[in-house]
Design a protein around this ligand. Sequence first.
Ligand SMILES: [Zn+2]
Length: 128
Amino acid sequence: MYTVQHMTAFNAELRRKINADKGRIDAFYYCPHFEKKNLPEDTKMCSCSKPLPGLLFEAAEDFQINLAESYMIGDRFTDIEAGIRAGCKTILVKSGASIVRSDETTVEPDYITENLLEAALIIKGEFV
Ligand SMILES: [Zn+2]
């Protein structure tokens, strides 16, 4: 969709803005491989492309994260499926768009929210 260089510049700006608001991003993870739909013939799918949970396992190892006590937040059902496969609680964020269920997944998130703020309040136990 875009180059690693563009992604790195975007992530650096995102981190700068979040740091300026006293937030913190410990790491960015991404899958550099083909999505399933674009996979060349005779090529095996990687384990880091969602809905597979490889990147969640990698982050869990890097930061000693207890996945069962963690939330996977995403705006696609492939995000939710990856979270479920990793044993996380899951929140599907609508982000102003209508939710489109991808072809193959039948998973259900633990929560559906209108935006990221609502998801954060659920995690804090403050959403009513
Ligand atoms: Zn990958």
